[in-house]
Design a binder for this molecule. Structure first.
Ligand code: G3P
Ligand code: MG
Length: 230
C-alpha cells in the first residue's frame, strides 16, 4: 500500500535553493517537508545523478550535456543519486524518485535507479516512490524490482490513463495540478490510485485540489503548502 505525505518538496525546495542539490533537500527539510521529489538520470559512464535537464547550462552555467560526461567531470553541485540518498538518511527524508532518462536510455536508467535503491535505501526511511513520464522506464522498474511502488507521471490525462497505469502496475498517478479536472480526479480515486499533483505553489489552489480528492501536492515551496493544508 503506497503511503505518501500530503506535501512533497519539488527538486528539494526549489523556490528557496538551487534545485536538485543537497542544499535544496536541507532547505525542504528545514521548511517542514518530510519527502522530496528528485530527477534521476545517467552519466555517460552509467552513474545515476540528480539533475532535471540533460544540459548543465540552466542550473550550473556549464554548456555541456551531463549524459555525455563522466560522473567525475560533473560540478560538485550536481549530486550523485548515492549522495542524495545519504543526505535523505541523515535528514530522515522520504523520496519520490522521478526516473528522468535521456533519449534511448529509458530501461537502463530505471534498472540502475532500482539497483541503487536496493543497495543504498535505508530501511529506516519510508519506502520510496518511483515515478516517470516514460512508460518504458516504469515497466523496466517493475520487471527489475517490483517491490518499489510506481506512479505514472502524466501531464495531461487522456482516456488512456488507466490502461497505461495498469500496464506498469502503477499504484499512483502524478499529474499536472493545473490541468486536472474534478471528473478525472474522481475517476482516478475511484479506481484506487493514489493521486498526486505537481507543481503547485499557491495555497488556495492546493486546498482546492485536495478538496477534489488529491492526496499529495508536489511543490517548490513546501512551507507555504503545508501551512495552507493545515
Ligand atoms: O515529478 C513531478 C514533476 O517533477 C514532474 O515534472 O519536469 O518538474 O520533472 P518535472
Ligand atoms: Mg521531476
Amino acid at each position: 500500500m503506497l503511503q505518501l505525505p500530503n506535501v512533497i518538496g519539488h527538486r528539494g525546495a526549489m523556490a528557496y535553493a538551487p534545485e536538485n542539490t543537497l542544499e535544496s533537500f536541507r532547505e525542504a527539510h528545514r521548511r517542514g517537508a518530510t519527502w522530496v521529489e528528485i530527477d534521476v538520470k545517467l552519466t555517460a559512464d552509467g552513474v545515476p545523478i540528480v539533475l532535471h535537464d540533460s544540459s548543465l547550462k540552466r542550473t550550473t552555467g556549464i554548456d555541456r550535456l551531463a549524459p555525455e560526461m563522466r560522473a567525475s567531470e560533473l560540478p560538485s553541485s550536481v549530486p550523485t543519486f548515492a549522495q542524495a540518498i545519504a543526505c535523505f538518511a541523515e535528514l530522515g527524508l522520504g523520496c519520490n524518485v522521478e526516473i528522468k532518462p535521456c533519449e534511448g536510455r529509458e530501461a537502463e536508467t530505471a534498472r540502475v535507479t532500482v539497483e541503487t535503491l536496493r543497495r543504498l535505501w535505508p530501511a529506516a526511511l519510508p519506502a520510496p516512490l518511483l515515478s516517470s513520464f516514460k512508460d518504458q522506464s516504469l515497466a523496466a522498474a517493475r520487471d527489475a524490482a517490483p517491490e518499489f511502488a510506481r506512479a505514472l507521471l502524466i501531464d495531461e490525462l487522456k482516456d488512456d490513463w488507466r490502461g497505461r497505469a495498469e500496464a506498469v502496475a502503477a499504484a499512483g498517478i502524478n499529474t499536472n495540478g493545473k490541468r486536472l479536472t474534478a471528473v478525472r480526479a474522481v475517476e482516478i480515486r475511484k479506481a484506487g490510485y493514489v493521486l498526486s499533483v505537481y507543481t503547485i505553489n499557491d495555497g488556495d489552489v492546493a486546498r482546492a485540489l485536495v478538496g477534489m480528492g488529491v492526496q499529495c501536492v508536489i511543490t517548490d515551496a513546501p512551507d507555504v503548502i503545508l501551512a495552507a493544508l493545515q
